[in-house]
Design a protein around this ligand. Sequence first.
Ligand SMILES: Nc1ncnc2c1ncn2[C@@H]1O[C@H](COP(=O)(O)OP(=O)(O)OP(=O)(O)O)[C@@H](O)[C@H]1O
Ligand SMILES: [Mg+2]
Length: 265
Amino acid sequence: MNAETVRTQLKSLNLTTAARELDEVLARNRSAASLDWVSELLEREIDTRRERALQRRIAQAEFPELKTLEAFNWAFNPKIDRTKIEELAGLDFVRQRRIALFLGHAGTGKTHLGLAIGLQAVREGLKVYCASLKKLIQEIKMARAKQHLDALFRKILSAQLWIIDDWCVVSIEREVAEEIFDLLDRRKLSSAMILTSNRDVEEWGAVFADPILANAAIDRMFEQAEIVVFQGKSYRLKDRIVLPSLQPDGKLGQEREPKARRGRA
Ligand SMILES: Nc1ncnc2c1ncn2[C@@H]1O[C@H](COP(=O)(O)OP(=O)(O)OP(=O)(O)O)[C@@H](O)[C@H]1O
Ligand SMILES: [Mg+2]
């Protein structure tokens, strides 16, 4: 084990004095200079700290569920652009602070893939803010009431990637809309964003108190966005397909009871 490895490990643990003085201490203790065990010990500390930091970032992101790209069945809805999603998962769009819009039918995996890209970002050391639009509205209202809006905006703006789920599925009051547009405007300098919606873009303005103003703002905001269209059938209904069962004599029997609908309504 050479001293350079140990010095790198000490630096990665921010043990700057130990890193600086390693050579001198080694020179004075030449006879006991096997560094293998020291390095192994430091590696354990580094691994533990890395894991803790990852868990902290996962907790901060407030993902409703941990989803992965590996768990996504691409054969189920083959029209979903896998290449585009994998390109987004490379995270260049995050570094460029761009917007990705996941638009399309319910249950086709928009939230799943948004969360999976979020988890990928967190694994690569980035900070993520994840909320449904409904939750964001609640957070803004609560922060306004407690006069903590600045702190909330600082927290959100400190994340390099935002995942805003279910965009424009709830109506938005005028005061909250102003805050949301302000936040989205400030995002340009700090963060990338994935936004999911199963509503047609033409319907977005209607959820705002002033649809005309909202449409103009939305138009400007999303001009440069990457768009992924989710076409296909709902994965939520996958296990509810009712099939007639065959009797031993080959005749059609009674239809099976559909299983209870899982997940959200
Ligand atoms: N192709 C798929 N492979 C594996 N799981 C999937 C797939 N598509 C969807 N799912 C799962 O189905 C459920 C519904 O998907 P998801 O919530 O991502 O849909 P959505 O497009 O966001 O729908 P909505 O528009 O209603 O919000 C989730 O549990 C998700 O993990
Ligand atoms: Mg969703």
